[in-house]
Design a protein. Structure first.
Length: 151
């Protein structure tokens, strides 16, 4: 993405989701650190409604509250009942929460973790990779721990 030119200046595309503190000095900034966003609450509620087979129009309204910020003058970009399902929600979560470390968990929850992607081969038959191995140091220090299967 970004890099340096021949004079050492930083150049190239950047993903700046939250504007950096221009007054920050010495590695300290006065920016807030986002742990949990209201948009995530709306998306989780929409997902729960879809998975329960309940009110699809309410789920769409919740997601469109978030999507509407990106397309305030483009109502044709909002989801409609005939263009919204669990896969649409999965893809929208990928766009909305880019750089926020949600994707791996979403891939597992939506059953897409074993699918091949651009920079990730298929992991069919390797469902054990959905959970991480327990570090050897933890197992050595606690005899009650057993390593997760397949590791």
């Amino acid at each position: 993405m970004g890099g340096a030119d021949d004079k050492g200046r930083l150049v190239g595309a950047r993903c700046i989701k939250y504007y950096p503190d221009k007054d920050g000095t010495g590695g300290w900034a006065n920016n807030d650190f986002v742990v949990f966003r209201y948009g995530d609450v709306l998306m989780m509620k929409a997902e729960a409604l879809i998975r329960q087979g309940k009110d699809l129009s309410t789920a769409i309204d919740l997601v469109n509250q978030i999507r509407g910020r990106a397309f305030p003058n483009n109502p044709e970009q909002l989801f409609k009942e005939n263009s919204f399902n669990l896969d649409s929600l999965y893809n929208e979560r990928g766009r909305e929460f880019v750089w926020e470390m949600h994707r791996r968990t979403d891939m597992i929850r939506f059953g897409k973790f074993e699918d091949p992607l651009l920079f990730k081969p298929s992991t069919n038959g390797e469902e054990y990779r959905r959970i991480f191995p327990i570090p050897t140091s933890a197992i050595m220090s606690n005899p009650n721990l057993d390593q997760n299967p397949e590791y």
